[in-house]
Ligand binder design. Structure first.
Ligand code: CTP
Length: 236
């Protein structure tokens, strides 16, 4: 029970951004990786809150909040994050949403609608700005190219402690697959030791990379929580 007494907040699934009364903009996320992380943290003794957009099987002791849109996810996550020792943003959060939602259905007879989009809030970046020195913040990076460079940039720009990056177009990995192949990027020094350095300096010198070959999403969760626990041990 290596996480006994710790509070973990995990997100899972893809958000849905309403277009009209029946349609939405979604993504391919199944929520499997986020649920696997929540289960693994619960099995290690953590008090787990899961903010999810999809319903999947889970242990009864996990506290689940169901949300739909990026805005609802933000509200739920920001409301719980202050108390959490570990925050893991595994959800695929929409970056854009329709700037207005039609309360009724667009009718085909009206012709093809033109959608205007607006950005959503970046929840992980917001958590990175607000986080305390003792909180471990984990983000995901869904990449189709330049995985290492993009993951390192997200680690620095979003002020996360760990980024789990996956190649979403590789076989046996990514959305809806039961397995995943990831790279886990984490700072090799504590944030307090990095103060004042530029992103280029920190990225070149102080980011550890761990390759996790194609294994079950539960095994990915286990390796990730080992990395989280070793980060927590350094914070003590
Ligand atoms: N994320 C978030 N809020 C958003 C978008 C993303 O909190 N509005 C989080 C995701 O949960 C994930 C991380 O940010 O942990 C990276 O998400 P990703 O989609 O890979 O990256 P983006 O920042 O959206 O950048 P890009 O689309 O350029 O890859």
């Amino acid at each position: 029970m290596t996480l006994a007494g710790k509070k973990a907040l995990v997100t899972a699934g893809g958000t849905r951004e309403a277009i009209d009364a029946v349609r939405f903009i979604g993504n391919k996320s199944s929520g499997k990786q986020g649920y696997a992380i929540a289960e693994e943290a619960f099995e290690r003794g953590a008090d787990v809150t899961l903010v999810a957009t999809v319903v999947r099987e889970m242990s009864a002791g996990i506290d689940r909040l169901l949300v739909e849109s990026a805005a609802e996810m933000r509200e739920a996550v920001v409301g719980c994050a202050g108390e959490a020792d570990i925050v893991i943003m595994a959800a695929a959060v929409a970056d854009f949403r329709p700037s207005s939602v039609r309360p009724v259905k667009y009718k085909k007879s009206e012709g093809v609608p033109t959608l205007t989009l607006e950005p959503t809030a970046d929840i992980l970046a917001e958590l990175g700005q607000a986080k305390s020195a003792s909180q471990v913040l984990v983000g995901f990076a869904a990449e189709s190219d330049n995985l290492e460079a993009n993951a390192c940039r997200k680690l620095a720009e979003k002020n996360a402690d760990i980024i789990v990056a996956n190649n979403i177009i590789a076989a046996g990995a990514g959305f809806d697959s039961d397995t995943n192949e990831v790279m886990i990027f984490s700072w090799s020094e504590l944030a307090s030791d990095l103060a004042g350095r530029t992103v280029d300096q920190t990225a070149a010198e102080t980011i550890n990379q761990l390759h996790v070959p194609s294994v079950s999403k539960r095994e990915v969760a286990s390796v990730l929580l080992d990395v989280v626990e070793s980060h927590m041990a350094r914070l003590r």
